[in-house]
Design a protein around this ligand. Sequence first.
Ligand code: 5GP
Length: 111
Amino acid sequence: MFCKIAEGALPADVVFESSQVKAFRDIHPKAPIHVLVIPKVHIASVAALTAAHDGAIAAMLHAAKDVAAGEGLVGYKVLFNVGREGGQMVDHLHLHILGGWKEHKPKSLNI
Ligand code: 5GP
């Protein structure tokens, strides 16, 4: 499904795009600002990473930094869920950017 968003075949609220990645708002946000960053190349999860993916991973993290800055986030979470037990429901690698809480206090790891 995220492959189709990467290709532009499925609509999404895209906030950032480069040759390697796309970032779009989560359809069911778990934070006031919740953006997903995906690589355009298909990678199933963190568990499937190889050295061949290093460029895509670096691009995802740089995109996360730029998206967060663009959204005006000072503090935020960057999260990968891995496998069903880790809460991963979509089998195309995606990084969650979560932030925008009004109160500036530490948040627990549970989202
Ligand atoms: P996961 O649980 O796999 O780490 O996260 C998947 C995320 O993708 C969830 O937060 C879910 O709300 C979001 N999501 C699932 N389907 C779609 C979709 O079609 N469009 C968008 N924008 N987000 C989606």
